[in-house]
Design a protein around this ligand. Structure first.
Ligand code: PEP
Ligand code: MG
Length: 760
């Protein structure tokens, strides 16, 4: 059964169109279950109508025509109840409705299973049988499993159909893809695909009109692959037994015209592009090999896949060599990283689309810091589908348009200029000091570390750096930066902010922040070797960084050093010991070089972002000079929601009353023990979040530059007593939406509707 499931899903995703995929799906299911009929109905966009899209057993002429609402017939009932329904004798059932066009008179037994993706009913699969009987448990389980496996693929193709039908009158292929909004704003440009490793599953099928050129591309790729394999065989000949070397001969044979070659060329002659042709042929071979009983032959599927990948690499490399960065570039990647963004001049990046990631992934935080609209979590979208096309990133609604019509572009250009006008207005009204309307002072600083031009453009309106993420410069290199390199970098930042505090956080890698030269592969990266855990295990990395920081601070004396991911007081003691050691070393070194040098000792603090610290707060007394709340991680750990996983993005919410109560507890205890506490997670940069934090008694907030202007604007309109009342009120709420309702109502009362619309 598992083999059947695997091969059915495999053939489904391989078909070039939804119509063909559904047609082969119904036939495959009918034969796997030995039923007399299988049909698929898909829900229309308004979610109340089902339409017959494929059938093997009913009247094929009814395809596309027969439709029913969710409250009609047995199929509608499956969609309405969102669960499988099996019926012994359908015609006798009170919900049965006769649809004469489908000609189902001969069928009696019925089993319907809903297709559900992200809580939405996308359609229904039905099987029917002439003989009156109940379909058994195995048949039901098979269909339920298949439906769950196919749901996300169907969701994306349905989305495409929806947009095609919406824009069909504009005669184009506009697609709209739904993801998670990661940074607000509108980005209009041309896609710039940054690929690490690509796979045939990333390819979407495409027809073209230049077969001769496609053949040349394919033959060149074959030659290059053949050369690679020969080189590999030579290299390995000294290390592998002759028997094992035979694998290279198999690869070379597969490349011959008589094997894959001719079939790929045949597909190209049918106008499929070289990459699509390769995908069709390789995936068919793989699926056939995988069906084989003989384990040796089944194993060959792996070889064909590998060969396909190699050919694909050469095919796509050839085209990417000529790739220039568009002047208005939309960066597209499986997972956007700091170094990818660093490769493209800032003013050319108009938008970001990341297949992986969610609202509080570090890629999203980077996008917001750079003020670039971004959409993430476009799960199941083949990457290459986004290559070489015009794109609009709608960061407000988390959607991406590919090949948009002129009308859509026009609409978004208008929105873009409204945004610009609003941002300029905020700038005009911005000044350095922030006080609530009744005179309560709030200190706002920025989160930084990206090192892009203009990062400190608003410097005179900034009261310091509340979080400098030192890992970003580490991520943009090919090796660990030396002590001297780090010193120069930190010195630059500290001297840009002379007279203002700069909080530098020690290296916080792990989780979704990887160093290209120090990969950490773990099953649960956010619960693993992250932040201080890693640097305490590598004192040589930690000490070099602390020494570089202390040296950089000698002339400016405005440095605060902060430790990430502290979950235990012992970690603070251990880090303090290393900090003291580094300080003494630097003192000795500088004393030798310059007898009069005084080395200032930076303030020493910690991030509060792991829930275990909530119950250790009083032990911080005497151990740290300050602390700062990382609401991003605190939210993920308190709610047990991976901040990087778009599947649970709807559960991740820093406005959850649990998170807010934890923050309030930190505010109260740190005040009681006299340790200054700020907030530097994304909640502080959300205008509504900043209001609540100010209402809880925080007077120091740190956020990205773009949000700074919005937060300033809002706070100046508030009244501190009302903020305290608001904060007290929301702490008693049960759900995040109740909190947001109260916050938004207050924002509307103070005339901040524009800020609310501006989003993240
Ligand atoms: C946080 O967790 O809130 C934080 C500021 O750190 P980061 O987002 O870099 O993990
Ligand atoms: Mg954190």
């Amino acid at each position: 059964m598992l083999n059947d499931l695997r091969s059915i899903t495999h053939s489904f995703v391989q078909e070039p169109s939804l119509e063909m995929a559904l047609a082969s799906l119904v036939t495959d299911i009918k034969s796997a279950l030995n039923s007399d009929c299988c049909s698929i109905y898909l829900a229309e966009s308004d979610q109340s109508i089902l339409r017959l899209q494929a059938t093997d057993g009913l009247n094929p002429k009814a395809i596309g025509l027969t439709q029913m609402s969710f409250d009609e017939g047995l199929t509608g009932w499956v969609a309405q109840r969102e669960e499988p329904i099996k019926i012994h004798n359908a015609k006798r059932h009170p919900r049965f409705k006769n649809f004469p066009d489908v000609q189902e008179d001969e069928f009696t037994a019925f089993l319907g299973v809903p297709i559900i993706h992200r809580r939405q009913v996308l359609g229904v699969i039905t099987i029917q049988q002439s003989q009156a009987r109940f379909f058994d448990r195995d048949e039901e389980a098979f269909l339920v499993t298949l439906s769950a496996q196919l749901a996300s693929s169907i969701a994306n193709v349905s989305l495409r159909m929806k947009s095609e039908s919406t824009y069909v009158e504009h005669e184009n292929n506009a697609l709209v893809l739904k993801g998670v909004s990661a940074s607000s704003g509108v980005g209009i440009g041309h896609s710039y695909l940054v690929q690490t490793e690509i796979d045939l599953s990333d390819v979407s099928l495409r027809k073209v009109s230049n077969p001769e050129f496609q053949k040349t591309r394919y033959f060149n790729a074959v030659e290059a692959t053949r050369a690679d394999i020969k080189k590999m065989a030579e290299r390995m000949s000294a290390h592998l037994p002759t028997q094992a070397l035979a694998i290279f001969d198999i690869y070379l044979q597969l490349l011959e015209d008589a094997s894959l070659g001719n079939e790929v060329v045949e597909k190209i002659d049918k106008n499929w592009c070289a990459v699509s042709s390769l995908k069709i042929v390789v995936e068919r071979y793989v699926s056939e090999f995988e069906k084989m009983e003989d384990p040796y032959i089944r194993e060959r599927a792996v070889d064909v896949k590998d060969l396909g990948r190699r050919l694909l690499k050469h095919l796509t490399n050839a085209s990417s060599q000529h790739k220039t960065i568009p002047l208005a570039a939309i960066i597209i990647a499986e997972e956007v990283t700091a170094s990818m963004l660093a490769e493209v001049p800032r003013d050319q990046i108009k938008g970001i689309v990341s297949i992986k990631g969610a609202e509080n992934s570090h890629a999203a935080i980077m996008a917001r810091a750079l003020g670039i609209p971004a959409v993430m979590g476009l799960r199941d979208v083949p990457l290459l589908q986004l290559d070489g096309v015009d794109i609009i990133v709608d960061g407000y609604n988390g959607q991406v348009f590919t090949s948009p019509t002129e009308a859509i572009v026009e609409e978004y250009k208008n929105l873009e200029s409204e945004d610009l006008e609003f941002a300029n207005q905020l700038k005009l009204e911005s000044d350095e000091i922030v006080e609530t309307a009744d005179g309560k002072r709030i200190f706002l600083s920025i989160n930084s570390g990206m090192g892009f031009d203009g990062e400190f453009a608003e410097q005179e309106h900034i009261e310091g750096i509340g979080l400098y993420r030192t890992e970003y410069p580490f991520m943009m290199r090919q090796r660990f930066p030396s002590e001297q390199e780090q010193q120069l970098l930190y010195q630059q930042v500290l001297s840009d902010f002379i007279g203002k505090p700069v909080v530098m956080r020690t290296l916080d890698v792990g989780g979704d922040k990887q160093l290209p030269y120090f990969p950490i592969i773990e099953d649960n990266p956010f619960l693993g070797w992250r932040g201080i855990r890693l640097t305490l295990d590598h004192p040589e990395i930690f000490l070099v960084q602390i020494r570089a920081m202390i040296k950089a601070n000698v002339f400016t004396d405005n440095l605060h050093i902060m430790l990430p991911m502290i979950s235990d007081i012992g970690e603070i003691d251990e880090a303090r010991r290393l900090f003291n050691q580094a300080y003494l070393e630097v003192q000795d070194e500088l004393r030798d070089a310059d007898a009069g040098a005084v080395v200032p000792k930076p303030k020493f603090g910690v991030m509060l972002e792991v829930p275990s610290m909530l119950f250790q707060l009083r032990h911080l007394k005497g151990k740290v000079d300050f602390c700062s709340i990382g609401t991003n991680d605190l939210t993920q750990y308190l709610l047990a929601v991976d901040r990087n996983n778009d599947k649970v993005a709807n559960l991740y919410d820093a406005f959850h009353p649990t998170v807010l109560n934890a923050i309030k507890m930190i505010a109260d205890v740190t005040k009681e023990i006299g340790i200054p506490c700020s907030v530097c997670g994304e909640l502080a940069g959300d205008p509504g979040g900043a209001m609540l934090l100010a209402g809880m008694g925080f007077t120091q907030l740190s956020m990205n530059t773009k949000n700074l202007l919005r937060v300033k604007w809002v706070l100046k309109k508030t009244n501190s007593e009302q903020l305290t009342e608001l904060a007290d009120d929301v702490l008693n709420c049960i759900r995040p939406d109740q909190v947001k309702f109260r916050v938004n109502r207050y924002m509307l009362n103070i005339g901040a509707a524009g800020i609310l619309r501006a989003g993240k």
